[in-house]
Design a protein around this ligand. Structure first.
Ligand code: ZN
Length: 206
């Protein structure tokens, strides 16, 4: 079971500075981060001039690192889709990613794959939102970094009013990762519940 809001808050406060703040995450230094401090006040950055779209990783399936027969962090699979956790735990209690085995972008899905994606996405969100201490499971397809479809499922803790809406993504970088055991328990619970619908649990033996 994921930590309660009170447990998360106590753990984060123990790691924070005397003002209760965690260090700025590296995303604050990214070019696309939209805010900056100007004359001591927070301000929106100027809009950058138009520029050609940069190629995404793995365009047309060339050098795609998501196309691999043995992806790391796998927790569930069927013949067409796979669900995996990221290499490292992060600030939110549970973050997993749904990907097709085949090199397909979102708009490459045919009707059968689109229908299966929809059913899986709803089931994953429903299972995650049914876990104790989880307030919501955010479902996101962004795809600006890599062409191979990868859909984020990001669970936030119930009852933490800072960690809400699209800003939960920022808090995933800000907050220190929680303990491994409840995270692993929730991964097993998610994969097991999804496998009762379709596919099978994989990679959670150790
Ligand atoms: Zn690929």
């Amino acid at each position: 079971m994921a930590e309660s809001a009170e447990q998360v808050h106590a753990r984060v406060m123990a790691a924070a500075d005397e003002g209760g703040r965690m260090p700025l995450p590296s995303v604050a230094e990214w070019d696309v981060f939209p805010w900056e401090v100007v004359d001591g006040a927070m301000a929106a950055k100027p809009l950058a001039a138009p520029a050609p779209e940069k190629p995404r990783m793995g365009e047309d399936g060339v050098d795609c690192t998501i196309c691999t027969p043995e992806p790391a962090g796998l927790i569930w699979t069927n013949d067409r889709w796979r669900l995996k956790h990221l290499a490292e735990r992060s600030g939110l209690p549970l973050v997993v990613m749904l990907e097709p085995w085949e090199h397909l972008d979102f708009d490459d899905l045919d009707d059968a794959m689109a229908a299966e994606y929809g059913r899986l996405a709803v089931r994953i969100a429903r299972i995650v939102e049914g876990l104790p201490n989880i307030g919501r499971c955010h479902v996101m397809r962004v795809g600006d970094g890599a062409e191979h479809l990868h859909v984020w499922f990001m669970a936030r803790t119930a009852g933490l009013p800072s960690v809400l809406g699209s800003f939960a993504v920022d808090w995933d970088d800000i907050l220190p990762a929680g303990p491994e055991e409840p995270w692993r328990e929730d991964l097993v619970a998610l994969a097991t519940a999804l496998a009762s619908y379709d596919g099978r649990v994989v990679g959670l033996d150790d």
